[in-house]
Design a binder for this molecule. Structure first.
Ligand SMILES: C[S@@+](CC[C@H](N)C(=O)[O-])C[C@H]1O[C@@H](n2cnc3c(N)ncnc32)[C@H](O)[C@@H]1O
Length: 408
């Protein structure tokens, strides 16, 4: 079924698998309403913020201070007093809370069944290593990340998968289906980018840090079926769900391990050919991030790839208004590290970790469009009409020390 260009796909188009929560008619209707409201808030009402800024808040700021704002925080303080921005922001926050609540209630009313389905799909549990002694870092416990009740680690029952199930069933709504039926368009894009960038490269061991339910790890594992993928996360409930989801989708070359990426001492130096994070670093902290990059660089083999996918960093040439809008999640969507992290110079952090600038790169990685949901209007047409998210990717191809010394 083709869908209208301007509205998000109906929830009936979501991709399911053996542990995906069942949504009834009313729950699907709620998700459809919320996906459309989300799109309306972002696409139709969102531009009103710029108007409010240019016509009202900025002139008021200049009249009061006799100068332009100097940083995104001054823009935020001025906009927080503006009635249109307050209305828009409240609507957006409420939409996120309603989305999370709908997903959560779908999951909770069938939790025992979901836990049982996950346990059955996981079978003997081979490829799943849980370690309840792993402490949940403070930056994961301090708030319910993006309004997700219980964050990634909250458990209702022993053997619980609720956090993973809620994440998996709701992301299609938040992204308006833009990541595909299985919400894995980002992972597919990473694999495609790697294959196009180094066609002959065959990574043998891949580390995916902060795997959550495997939206990125599975496409990577499927693109390199001979590789062993180690997917780590601190949260047990998402790992249980991820393992069951992978098995249910027939992917077996991933080991899911509960561990903290700040300490990868379990792995020797140069153990992996590829160290990947996807929309992960912004959910850590100022102390954790350099440790994670440092550990990632240590376990990365010469010739190997470290790749991070995130939203764009704030640079001096990014207008302050854009920085302020991008900062919305930090102050309104329980993403406390978002603002600081996007202002970091990631090149310095990579260099400090032993991946000098001449080994680093930046790239744009475009999510793979699911043509079953968004069929091209003309057969064979590869135009995505702006549906595919584009991520900012950065990282390094690590060189052997000898090569590095010779180059210096
Ligand atoms: C936004 S999600 C990542 C999404 C995922 N990479 C994907 O592509 O779908 C962040 C994940 O990182 C995990 N996490 C946060 N801090 C961690 C740490 N220090 N070590 C390992 N996992 C961590 C969280 O539990 C959560 O599952």
């Amino acid at each position: 079924m083709a869908i209208h260009d301007d509205i998000p796909p109906p929830y009936s188009m979501v991709g399911t698998h053996g542990v995906f929560p069942h949504a009834n008619h009313d729950e699907r209707a709620r998700f459809n309403f919320l996906a459309n409201l989300n799109k309306h808030v972002a696409g139709t009402l969102g531009p009103g913020n710029r108007l409010a800024w240019e016509k009202r808040a900025l002139p008021k700021f200049i009249a009061e201070h006799d100068r332009e704002p100097q940083d995104r925080f001054e823009v935020r303080r001025a906009m927080n007093a503006d009635p249109y921005h307050r209305f828009w922001s409240a609507l957006k926050r409420n939409n996120m809370e309603m989305r999370q609540q709908n997903g959560r209630s779908i999951v909770l009313r069938q939790l025992e069944d979901l836990n049982a389905r996950a346990a059955a799909a996981s079978g003997s549990g081979e490829g799943l290593e849980l370690d309840p002694s792993v402490a949940i870092p403070r930056y994961q416990r301090a708030v319910d990340i993006h309004c997700m009740p219980g964050s990634y680690h909250g458990e209702e029952l022993p053997g619980d998968v609720s956090a993973g199930a809620n994440y998996d069933c709701g992301i299609f709504v938040t992204t308006g289906g833009g990541m595909g039926a299985l919400s894995d368009g980002g992972g597919q894009a990473i694999a495609k980018w790697a294959k196009e960038t180094r066609p002959d490269w065959r990574p043998r061991r891949i580390l995916d840090i902060g795997v959550t339910v495997g939206h990125s790890a599975l496409p990577m594992a499927m693109a390199y079926p001979d590789a062993e993928v180690i997917a780590i996360d601190t949260a047990g409930p998402v790992l249980r769900y991820a393992h069951a989801r992978a098995r249910s989708l027939g992917v077996t070359n991933i080991r899911f391990i509960q561990m903290n990426a700040e300490d990868l001492s379990r792995f020797p130096d140069s153990h992996f050919d590829w160290v990947q994070t996807t929309m992960f670093l912004h959910e850590t902290s100022g102390l954790a991030l350099p440790k994670i990059i440092g550990e990632g660089a240590r376990v990365l083999a010469a010739g190997g790839l470290m790749l991070h996918l995130e939203q764009p960093q704030y640079t001096p040439d990014m207008p302050l208004f854009e920085q302020f809008m991008r900062d919305w999640d930090a102050f309104n969507n329980n993403e406390p590290f978002w603002s600081a992290m996007h202002a970091y110079d990631m090149h310095d952090i990579l260099a400090d970790a032993g991946l000098p600038r001449d080994q680093q790169f930046e790239a744009k990685v475009r999510a793979v469009v699911d043509t079953a949901i968004f069929p091209p209007s003309v057969e064979g047409d590869s135009e995505d009409f702006g549906r595919a998210a584009v991520w900012h990717a950065y990282g390094a191809w690590k060189q052997a020390v000898a090569m590095q010394e010779a180059a210096e």
